[in-house]
Design a protein around this ligand. Structure first.
Ligand code: ADP
Length: 631
């Protein structure tokens, strides 16, 4: 090829060529006979030079294009990454729970996240259209704090935290906490604000304050209730003080009513008990503003038609009427309408209701919890007082009855033994007379034997009666207790027993005994009984040894009478103190079984105690206590 037209074809093909191979085939098409420069004619050489320049340019372009493609290929993933990052940033930026916005001093916003726009009530489209200007949305009184914060953030490069308000699109003021940071957008300094909505926090604080107030009110109410309760209790303490003297239930009810009326000024208090088909008014306190009302109530209210009284009696629960309905006390007539609020309470002793206490007020006020507590406490304490009065009345009745029957018994024993002595004495003397006069003349020896039996019987009877008399005398004939030299009295008792002690070969040792307060005769009899028994119930195998010791223990003197006799089995430790109770047959040991009964009675009369300890074989110890004589 050598013509310029083929050169232009080559140029066009080279411009299209995208690779070395395509350059080669374009060259091959333009020079089908091959290329040979040295012997080529001048025109062809020139064409060849042009073609070479064209090929060089095409190859340079292809190379540059290939390089550019490679760079593009390398850049592609980076670009994708950057897009992803931007997307993620945007998502995070918008999803942040705090509002974030970058703004200029003049109020225009460079960017704003969804939370920020939402906080102020704008859409993203409106933001993009430039409708959101933070300066315009700030009430003028906060302009200065904003300016100051921007100055410090951008000027000093520090984070500034402060509180301000902005106006929502709707006009509502939004309290917010702003943290402002400086940021560079290119060469321009802007402020980035992190904005936290303070409204939920403030509402919670308000709620908390409200709750605190409610709690405070609750506490106050409890406190009022407590005060009421202790006030009622105090008044009742006064009532209880009278209890020892006062047993009349109606007096107690009256006192409770006085307390109720004094605690609820301007009230009247009535007390009813069921009597047949009526509620009888048994007690009332307070001023009735209508005397005719009291007159009506005094006539009694029909049971079953007076809800205000019926109801608490049936349900055993208080019945409060904040707005008193006169129909609930129909029988009282129209004058009852002066009562505006009422409270009725069942009054029980034990499980049984006995009556109803009604408090009526002349003014219209709902019962407060404290007032209810107060009245319920009054009624509760009235019930306690009534129960105690009932019990103490019963106790006193029983004690009196017991004392009376005791005294009667003693009188009877005294009189009986006295009066019995007389006929017994005559039987004895006639029996003696019979023995003396006719004993020897009897043909039948049994006659004398029978007469002896009569004598023995009457003698025993006399002994028993004498003992009974002694027993009755312990309380019937008393002398005042005085200071006694216990040693001297015991020595006298030992002296009384001298004959039997000698006969038994007994050794009685009395250690120093503290003085006591007692009736001297009775003390002597007491010691005589105990020491006498200690010798009487001696052991067959050993000579009786008796020791008497004494010791002061506080206000008491304890005296122990110890022997080495038969001993007493534990099961009899109580029984031996019962009248006529003996552990031994009469033919073995004489006696009536009254001695220890008298001994215990003497000790108890002095306020002391008498008891025995013994293992049942090696002797016994009788212990007694008597009041110690003051030193
Ligand atoms: P008695 O008139 O029979 O002595 P007591 O009342 O004095 O009546 O005694 C009651 C019973 O207690 C006696 O029958 C006796 O069995 C027993 N008893 C009393 N003192 C002693 C004692 N020191 N040792 C053993 N038994 C005693």
């Amino acid at each position: 090829m050598s013509s310029p037209s083929s050169l232009s074809t080559l140029a066009a093909a080279l411009a299209e060529a995208a690779s070395g191979e395509q350059v080669q085939s374009a060259l091959d098409a333009a020079f089908p006979d091959g290329l040979s420069l040295p012997d080529a004619p001048a025109g062809q050489r020139e064409a060849l030079e042009v073609a070479a320049a064209l090929v060089g340019a095409a190859l340079a372009r292809i190379e540059a294009q290939q390089e550019a493609r490679e760079v593009r290929l390398q850049l592609e993933p980076l670009r994708e990454n950057a897009a992803r990052l931007q997307e993620r940033f945007d998502a995070l930026f918008n999803a942040a729970p705090v509002g974030i916005a970058a703004g200029r001093r003049n109020g225009t916003l460079v960017r704003a996240n969804d939370a920020y726009l939402h906080l102020l009530g704008f859409t993203r489209e409106e933001f993009q259209a430039g409708a959101v200007n933070w300066v315009d949305l700030t009430p003028p009184e906060f302009a200065e704090v904003d300016r100051d914060a921007l100055r410090r953030a951008i000027g000093d490069g520090q984070a500034v935290r402060y509180e301000k308000e902005m106006r929502h699109r709707s006009g509502e003021r939004i309290a917010q906490e702003v943290t402002l940071l400086p940021h560079w957008e290119g060469s321009e300094a802007v402020g980035v604000a992190y904005v936290r909505d303070l409204r939920p926090e403030r509402a919670a604080a308000l709620g908390h304050a409200l709750e605190l107030r409610v709690r405070g009110e609750e506490l106050e109410r409890l406190n009022a209730e407590l005060t009421a309760r202790s006030e009622a209790l105090e008044r009742f303490a006064e009532l209880s003080r009278d209890l020892a003297l006062e047993r009349d239930p109606l007096v107690l009810v009256g006192r409770a009513q006085e307390i109720a009326v004094s605690l609820m000024p301007g009230s009247v208090c009535t007390y009813y008990e069921p009597q047949g088909r009526l509620w009888s008014l048994l007690s009332h306190r307070g001023e009735f503003r209508r005397p005719e009302l009291l007159a009506r109530l005094r006539l009694g209210l029909p049971r079953g038609e007076s809800l205000n009284v019926d109801r608490p009696f049936e349900t055993l629960a208080p019945y409060y009427q904040d707005a008193f309905d006169p129909a609930t006390v129909q029988g009282a007539g129209s004058s009852i309408s002066v009562i505006r609020t009422s409270a009725s309470f069942p009054v029980r002793t034990g499980v049984q209701p006995r009556g109803v206490l009604v408090v009526g007020r002349h003014d219209q006020r709902a019962w407060t919890p404290a007032e209810k507590t107060l009245l319920e406490t009054v009624v509760f304490n009235l019930q306690l007082a009534l129960e105690r009065a009932e019990q103490s009345g019963e106790l006193q009745r029983r004690t009196l009855a017991l004392e009376r029957s005791n005294a009667e018994l003693e009188r009877f024993a005294f009189v009986a033994s006295h009066d019995l002595q007389e006929p017994l004495r005559s039987v004895t003397s006639f029996a003696q007379l019979l023995v003396k006069r006719f004993g020897a003349h009897q043909d039948d020896p049994r006659a004398e034997q029978y007469l002896k039996h009569i004598q023995g019987g009457t003698q025993r009877m006399q002994e028993l009666i004498q003992e009974l008399l002694n027993y009755a005398r312990v309380t019937a004939e008393t002398r005042p207790a005085t200071r006694q030299d216990t040693n001297a009295v015991t020595a006298a008792a030992v002296q009384d027993l001298r004959a039997s002690l000698n006969a038994a070969g007994a050794a009685v040792t009395v250690f120093d005994l503290p003085p006591v307060v007692a009736d001297s005769t009775q003390l002597r009899q007491l010691m005589q009984n105990l020491i006498g028994n200690a010798v009487k119930y001696r052991h067959a195998d050993r000579a009786p040894v008796v020791t008497v010791t004494g010791e002061q223990r506080g206000p008491w003197v304890q005296i122990d009478v110890h022997d080495n006799g038969l001993g007493i089995a534990p099961e009899y430790h109580e029984r031996i103190f019962t009248v006529f109770q003996r552990l031994h047959a009469r033919d073995q040991y004489g006696g009536t079984g009254v001695g220890l009964t008298i001994a215990r009675r003497i000790v108890e009369r002095h306020g002391g105690q008498l008891w025995v300890s013994s293992d049942g074989v090696s002797g016994s110890t009788f212990h007694l206590t008597l009041p110690a004589a003051p030193g």
